[in-house]
Write a protein that binds this ligand. Structure first.
Ligand SMILES: [Zn+2]
Length: 222
């Protein structure tokens, strides 16, 4: 039996995003209604890094690839899902953690770490300030494994205690500098068993940009 698991968040009006002046809060409203205009039409204003989204290398690397410069094959891959749902508040995902489940990782894969953080905390005050994160050594492990991407079900991948310091983006710099894409804001990974599965991580095709909202789905065969 085959199931398609949707691991994306819904976009909604007032959705919170990373606490930085460069990121705007989401506005999603009807600008046409059945009662008045005879049809429903909506307008969306959001950041390229809100909700479930993909970072392209250009996000932190000035000469890095932009989203629409990446080979489309980068968005349909084998995902290796690793369960670290026991990490909890400010839980560090280390090189040893990845290596302990990493024997099945092959070059070109997208490694996904499950923490269940989005499921528990999306929209909460501490969603960004207390999330699990990747250590620099773990990020380097992913680069050395030559994987194509890394994803997490949390709003960010950085150590929240380093927010607003000069190391606030060190994990992005390692991964995007290594040519990986990053998928943040995944959800619902409890529906996906550990192991290798086909993933469809399809960002909006924004022209010459740093990132974009994405619909991400994983095919699970039982
Ligand atoms: Zn991002």
């Amino acid at each position: 039996m085959e199931k398609i698991i949707d691991v994306s968040l819904s976009f909604y009006d007032g959705q919170k995003t990373y606490p930085s002046p460069t990121h705007v809060e989401t506005e999603l409203e009807f600008t046409g209604s059945h009662d008045k205009e005879g049809m429903a039409v909506s307008t969306l204003k959001t950041s390229t890094h809100t909700g479930t989204h993909i970072d392209s290398p250009f996000h932190f690397v000035a000469e890095g690839k932009k989203l629409d410069e990446l080979d489309p094959a980068r968005f349909i891959r084998t995902a290796v899902v690793m369960n670290f749902s026991d990490k909890g508040v400010k839980g560090a995902i280390t090189e040893e953690d990845l290596a302990s489940k990493g024997e099945i990782v092959e070059p070109g894969d997208i490694v996904i770490t499950r923490t269940d953080w989005t499921d528990k905390k999306e929209g909460a005050e501490d969603f960004f300030s207390h999330s699990p994160y990747l250590t620099p050594e773990a990020a380097q492990w992913l680069v050395d494994k030559e994987v194509s991407g890394y994803g997490i079900d949390a709003g960010n991948i950085e150590n929240p205690d380093l927010m607003n310091t000069e190391k606030a983006a060190q994990i992005h710099q390692i991964l995007l500098g290594g040519g990986l894409i990053i998928i943040e804001g995944l959800t619902n990974l409890k529906e996906v068993p550990e192991g290798r599965h086909e993933i469809f991580a399809l960002p909006l095709k924004l022209k010459e940009r740093d990132g974009a909202p994405a619909r991400v789905m994983i095919r699970v065969t039982e």
